[in-house]
Design a protein. Structure first.
Lengths: 443, 330
């Protein structure tokens, strides 16, 4: 646990240094594209006025550079070919830097793979004096029973979701309150160590410093869910290229995250296999003619699939749009079923609000808003990410939900476990705080 | 399986058939050419848009503000400075450069516009202007850049007869010398001979003989030249005594004697000599003091003027006293 503290604290300090300098890059390493945005923090915050309320932190920065590149070497949101991924990151970063006309040294990255696993953990401790102090908070966090999540996994997020003081629950900040029994509920997200290590290595090879890591599910939830959805409870489903992320928010905290290892790329490969065409052609046909609900008109709309094998019969093939939809729909259904399973596993049906927001590149497929309610429940909407200053029009689509969310994460991250004080027992010997504590105890 | 570039796919049919067909034809032709000649033209992969590691690093370096500033502002200056420095490092180059500079300088300075051809002296008598020419010893024509005007001025002003001088180069290449001469006021006889002094006691010139300047009053004695203004004042207030005045003698560097003809001497006090002199003049006018047989009028104590008679006068006085008393010394 201590080395995790160290690494995460180091990243947090790096992020502070980057904000001091005013320029930070965010990097969304996805299976189908790698997006890099360069943010400039100029210090002035928009505090509301003129009919607009104070914004949720997205007014403190401005996007000055944006670039995307086709992702190569990433599958299921995990890095599969290091050199290819490194080159793709390099391409995106260089293009974004060129647009921003500045050099970026710090980067915050997110990824959706690594089979994220959620744990709800709880801790309880007696309050030392009458009122709850920072040390009490630190002790209760330290006392929470961390499950054995495996050697090959790392904690990516560990956020205190709820504090409970005696019989009062739902406290946001228990410090200074009077009580005896302090309890905490935490949400912890672990991912495969290898995934993180690979990503860190790729970023390091690009001469960049990592100032933060985030789960794709979490950041796309931040950007795609509006404030009341986050407060009342909602699920964000980020349908990416190689993986579909599910995150459940409640009281502005993420309480569950998971990912289904299927996405838009699988639809593409289904089309390629079904129609015997190259992947690039299949991708093109999918984005141009793809759909989920077939109508009578679609039987008559013929699509030239083509190929270049030299055989005239094969090269001049056509396929009706209904056939195409027939290929796409089962796969999308399968993805949504997977999501449904995740939601069931999380106990989403017990949530007070059953809002589901679909976002990500694959959510742009026409007809999804009529299919999704059949599988997921009635409250489904297609979400687009929040608008941030200076974002190019091309990067405002649903595919950029996690990139935009990462911007917000960079601007004001939630307090994580490692942002709180270290409990005095864990301090190294001869620490000044320990001495002060000894005096307090004995006089 | 080589992925098709989507833009290529989107091309419309051309005159010779669809784009894809012509692509296939072209590929067949390419393949045939490959068979005959080259061996490695077949695997044509799509161009990699990724920058190489070096290119990436260079672009990042170029976007670094300090590096940019260095390369755009400091480096050019440094390069130029280094080139100049390297050229000037050998002694020969430096000398050649300085020689060039000096040649151009001399050429400009020796242009006829800057030449001074003659010297004009105003306000000096013939003798003095000869002296000035001699002292300055300047050969003409000379460039005005080579003239050391302050030095020349100092030389001219070092002459005793010159009270002040002005020196400037006039239009037309003429060196104009304006002189204000000292006017001699007294003749001073000292151990070294006769000298003319002006009213402030500054030496003007030596004098061969007193008879050369009989119009000037004579002063004598050591240190007399330092108190010429006082002497002038005494001479001025001598009034009726002036025709009889032979000169002034400085005694012991502290007081004056007025020497009249018939060897009469008026001894003036150290302080307020003019008052004492006025007293003597008044006595003379009232009692014709100096017309009598008096050798010395001693005014060193102005409250008690003393008169020394001549030998003959003393005898006569004794005789008259004898007559008065009925006694004869003889």
């Amino acid at each position: 646990m201590t080395d995790l503290y160290e690494a995460q604290r180091a990243m947090r300090n790096m992020r502070k240094a980057a904000l001091q300098r005013g320029v930070i890059a965010i990097l969304d390493v996805g299976s189908s594209k790698i997006a890099c945005l360069v943010l400039r923090f100029d210090g002035e915050r928009f505090m509301g006025g003129d009919g607009v309320g104070a914004l949720a932190g997205q007014s403190s920065f401005r996007v000055i550079g944006a670039a995307t590149t086709r992702s190569r070497g990433v599958r299921f949101g995990e890095i599969e070919a290091m050199a290819e991924t490194e080159r793709a990151i390099r391409t995106a970063v260089q293009a974004a830097q060129k647009m921003a006309q500045t050099r970026v040294d710090h980067v915050i990255a997110c990824f959706s793979g690594g089979s994220p696993r959620s744990y709800g953990i709880a801790g309880q401790v007696e309050v030392e004096y009458d009122t709850v102090s920072e040390q009490d908070v630190a002790r209760v966090l330290a006392s929470s029973d961390v499950p054995d999540y495996g050697n090959h996994r790392d904690v990516l997020h560990a956020q205190p979701v709820n504090f409970q003081l005696d019989h009062r629950s739902g406290l946001k900040d228990p410090r200074g309150q009077i009580g005896q029994n302090l309890a905490v509920d935490m949400h912890m997200l672990t991912v495969d160590t290898a995934t993180i290590q690979n990503l860190l290595y790729c970023i390091k090879r690009c001469d960049l410093e990592v100032a933060g890591l985030a789960s794709g599910a979490y950041v796309s939830g931040i950007s795609a869910l509006v404030e009341d959805e986050q407060e009342l409870g909602a699920a964000c489903i980020d349908m990416g290229g190689g993986a579909t992320d599910v995150s459940i928010f409640m009281k502005k905290h993420m309480i569950y995250a998971d990912s289904v290892r299927m996405g838009g790329d699988h639809v593409t490969s289904d089309i390629a296999m079904g129609l015997q065409i190259p992947l690039a052609t299949a991708e093109r046909i999918k984005t141009f003619y793809g759909g989920i609900v077939a109508t009578g008109m679609d039987d008559r709309e013929m699509i030239e699939v083509g190929s270049d094998c030299g055989d005239w019969e094969k090269d001049r093939r056509t396929v009706s749009r209904a056939e195409l939809i027939g290929i796409i729909r089962p796969r999308v259904e399968e993805i949504l079923e997977g999501v449904r399973e995740c939601l069931d596993a999380a106990g989403f049906e017990h949530m007070p609000s059953q809002q589901i927001v679909l976002t990500g590149g694959a959510s742009q497929i026409p007809g999804l808003d009529s299919l999704a309610p059949k599988i997921l429940g009635q409250n489904v909407r297609i979400g687009r990410p929040l608008r941030v200053q200076g974002l190019p029009q091309a990067a405002t689509g649903a595919a950029f939900a996690s990139a935009v969310g990462l911007c917000l994460f960079a601007a004001n991250p939630q307090d994580e476990w490692w942002d709180f004080e270290i409990p005095a027992e864990r301090y190294p010997a001869r620490s000044l705080k320990r001495a002060v504590r000894w005096f307090k105890d004995n006089w | 399986m080589r992925p098709i570039d989507p833009t290529e796919f989107a091309k419309g049919p051309t005159l010779g058939g669809s784009a894809r067909v012509s692509e296939a034809v072209a590929r067949a032709i390419r393949a045939r050419r490959g068979q005959s000649g080259e061996t490695e033209s077949a695997p044509q992969r799509p161009r990699d848009p990724a920058p190489s590691r070096t290119a990436y690093r260079m672009s990042r370096l170029w976007l670094t503000p300090s590096f940019r500033f260095f390369l755009r502002r400091i480096a050019p200056v440094a390069a130029v400075a280094a080139c100049i420095g390297l050229w000037f490092a050998p002694e020969d180059n430096r000398e050649a450069f300085m020689g060039q500079v000096m040649a151009i300088k001399a050429e400009v300075q020796n242009r006829p516009e800057f030449m001074v051809k003659l010297m004009a002296i105003d306000g000096a008598s013939g003798e003095l202007s000869e002296d000035i020419r001699e002292v300055m010893a300047q050969d003409f024509p000379v460039s005005s850049f080579d003239l050391d005007l302050p030095g020349l001025l100092a030389q001219v002003e070092s002459l005793d007869a010159v009270e002040s001088a002005g020196l400037h180069v006039r239009a037309g290449g003429i060196l104009q010398v304006d002189i204000v001469e000292r006017t001699p006021a007294v003749v001073w006889r000292s151990d070294l001979g006769l000298e003319m002094l002006d009213a402030e006691g500054h030496r003007v010139a030596a004098l061969g003989s007193r008879l050369d300047r009989p119009d000037l009053p004579l002063i004598a004695g050591e240190g007399a030249d330092r108190v010429v203004p006082e002497a002038m004042a005494i001479l001025k207030s001598a009034g009726p005594l002036t025709p009889r005045l032979r000169g002034l003698v400085r005694v012991g560097e502290r007081r004056w004697n007025i020497v009249l003809d018939r060897d009469q001497v008026i001894l003036l006090p150290e302080v307020k000599p003019l008052g004492a002199l006025a007293q003597v003049v008044a006595l003379d006018q009232a009692k014709d003091l100096l017309g009598r047989d008096v050798a010395v009028v001693d005014m060193r104590r102005p409250t008690r003027p003393t008169v020394r008679l001549t030998e003959a006068a003393q005898d006569e006085l004794k005789r008259l006293r004898g007559v008065e008393l009925g006694v004869s010394y003889r």
